[in-house]
Design a binder for this molecule. Structure first.
Ligand SMILES: NC(=O)c1ccc[n+]([C@@H]2O[C@H](COP(=O)([O-])OP(=O)(O)OC[C@H]3O[C@@H](n4cnc5c(N)ncnc54)[C@H](O)[C@@H]3O)[C@@H](O)[C@H]2O)c1
Length: 373
């Protein structure tokens, strides 16, 4: 462990606020500073949680030599520029999904991480849900057998969310559906063919030049005999919120429940059975275990994504723990920078394929090396 606690700063205090008390209670972290542009809200959050160091400017925050690490939760188009600036200022970076909005930004994140020697971790909730941890445990115990195919799905109605969501290409926010498939087989996406389907209203479509209601992609896993499918919708497609993955294997297959509140299904051969997925708080330091089942706020004040996502499967304290301990132990995080940008590029390239009528698009290779999970 490190000689002293890691000074963490949180940027963006909507979703970002959820993480403040977790860092405050993590044994290796010091919840050092918060940052967002509106002074009034900055002070309200600072007073509520007793965080004294406050910045209304991101540029000032990363100039503070006492900040060791930043956790970025700003709007999507700021993720990459802020991550790159923070890495170049010598900070470790955790950034909410997606890592970036273009392949070039992904390249720049990798370059900044390599040149600074600092950790970069995309804070992907989907690979720290109790469902993912359960299936990963089955994989490691040999209970799945040989994995044959995977499927990820994320359908969510984003009307009424902050303006930058309006008309966003569905695959530009695909990491929740892509990452469980790739993390489970310790792989990276190699190439993709994606179809856009349906139409959204003209005023929404005009925002990003993206007309499709649904985008559905088939990805090939690099160097493995495996493919996986991902489906995404963000507007004008009737369905309860779902953020799911299924895995088909020769001994046991896992299917996410179709409706919130139901248990997932395990298929042994042709025999199905519902399974109660356990909680994995036991993997965490005692002081932050409670956050796998409870949000930071009462139900009335919880962030909308937390309510819709069923608390993101208890993932928040696991993410904090992984980010902080990876720095303290001077090792790469899971996901590391290469996995983070591959999972992000998967969606960016899928959208490009959809715009080109389903043409196959090859993902860039950022590093030739083994992936961990
Ligand atoms: N499951 C998940 O992983 C999950 C869930 C919800 C949101 N998110 C991600 O979190 C991000 C934030 O979501 P949100 O709903 O809180 O968004 P939001 O737009 O409501 O809030 C963004 C926050 O960033 C701050 N901000 C904006 N520009 C800034 C700047 N230049 N410098 C510093 N702070 C700045 C704003 O003041 C605000 O506090 C989204 O981009 C989304 O990708 C991820």
């Amino acid at each position: 462990m490190s000689e002293r606690k890691i000074n963490v700063a949180i940027v963006g205090l909507g979703f970002g606020k959820e993480f403040i008390p977790i860092y405050q209670l993590h044994p290796d972290a010091q919840m050092y500073a918060i940052c967002q542009r509106t002074k009034e809200r900055l002070d309200a959050v600072g007073n509520q949680f007793g965080v004294a160091r406050r910045y209304a400017s991101f540029e000032d925050l990363i100039r503070d030599p006492d900040v060791d690490a930043v956790h970025i939760n700003s709007p999507i188009h700021l993720h990459a520029p802020q991550s790159i600036a923070a890495l170049r200022a010598g900070k470790h970076v955790a950034c909410t999904v997606p890592a970036a909005t273009s392949v070039e930004e992904c390249r720049e994140i990798v370059r900044a991480a390599q040149e600074s020697g600092r950790n970069y971790m995309m804070m992907e909730t989907a690979i720290y849900t109790r469902e993912f941890l359960f299936v990963r445990e089955m994989r490691d115990a040999g209970k799945l057998g040989r994995i044959q195919f995977m499927r990820g799905c994320h359908q969510q109605e984003m009307a009424g969310w902050p303006g930058y969501w309006e008309g966003l290409p569905p695959m530009h926010y695909a990491t929740h559906a892509v990452s469980p498939c790739l993390a489970l087989v310790k792989g990276e996406a190699d190439h993709v063919s994606c179809f856009g389907s349906g139409r959204i209203a003209d005023n929404l479509a005009a925002r990003y030049g993206s007309p499709f209601a649904v985008e559905s992609a088939l990805f090939k896993v690099r160097g493995q005999n495996l493919a996986f499918e991902v489906t995404r919708s963000l507007f004008e497609t009737a369905r309860q919120y779902i953020e799911s993955f299924d895995v088909y294997a020769d001994k046991t297959s896992f299917e996410w429940a179709r409706v919130e509140g139901e248990n997932p299904i395990l298929h042994a051969g042709e025999q199905p059975g519902r399974v109660q997925v356990p909680d994995y708080a036991r993997l965490l330091p005692e002081s932050i275990r409670r956050f796998t089942t409870k949000g930071v706020y009462d139900a009335e004040h919880a962030h909308l994504s937390f309510i819709q996502g069923g608390g993101h499967g208890g993932s928040h304290p696991h993410l904090v723990h992984e980010f902080v301990t990876s720095i303290a132990q001077k090792r790469a995080s899971f996901p590391d920078v290469y996995q983070s940008v591959n999972w992000t590029c998967a969606g960016i390239c899928a959208h490009e394929s959809a715009i080109r009528g389903g043409e196959m698009v090859r993902l860039p290779e950022f590093a030739a090396r083994e992936t961990s999970a």
